[in-house]
Design a protein around this ligand. Sequence first.
Ligand code: ADP
Ligand code: MG
Length: 250
Amino acid sequence: MVRVRGVHKSYGALKVLDGVDLTVDEGEVTAVLGPSGSGKSTLLRCINHLERADRGLVSVDGELIGYRHGRRGLRELTERRILRQRSSIGFVFQTFNLFPNLTVLENITEAPIATQRRPAAEARDHAAELLERVGLSDKAGEYPRRLSGGQQQRVAIARALALRPKVLLFDEPTSALDPELVGEVLDVIGDLARSGTTMIIVTHEISFAREVADTVVFMSEGRIVESGVPSRVLDSPSHERTAAFLAKVL
Ligand code: ADP
Ligand code: MG
């Protein structure tokens, strides 16, 4: 479903991604671990073309992201087509990023109506279903500021699902939450995993990664230095940096 090939990205002299390859099959969950600054967020942002890679390509469900093949090589797509592609790639941020001036329901229906041109009634029905799925049916009319961080993040997940994405990307979805609110968000993500949603999850929650991920990859200095089933990577890492990182976070 997701194919990342040879992606490089620098900011000035700082090399942030140094040739990343990653494949995520349909229905599979990949957890991305690694120290701060290793390029995890940049990788997610390159996948949905929020950042333009300097080199390398990304495809989702066989469709090249951000480019098309022209007669003289690759041409970048128009902003409109990129936005349309991006709407099939759900993104859940560390800090929720809900629209503060819209209700919970409006947060969820905004993009389906505005970007995907779905009928408002259909978008609202779907939003109601999604709110039930994340356990917030009673909050449809609330504004984000009246919700806890865990509730806001569950709304953000419902909002991402409303676009019926082919893949969901999570960037440390529980890092900004008080400890007692982490579980409710991980429960929702775990449910999605069990129902076959394709996901890439950057997280420091090691036991969660072990439980829900099909594959754990470990990033260090812009490269994936290790990749495998959770038990293999987490219990017997083959790279010394993975071992050092795990010793610190476990
Ligand atoms: P991670 O998510 O693993 O902590 P990031 O992908 O956020 O790592 O960042 C990797 C490195 O790139 C960091 O050193 C960060 O400061 C730098 N970086 C990220 N985004 C930018 C940017 N827009 N401009 C300059 N440097 C950036
Ligand atoms: Mg990050």
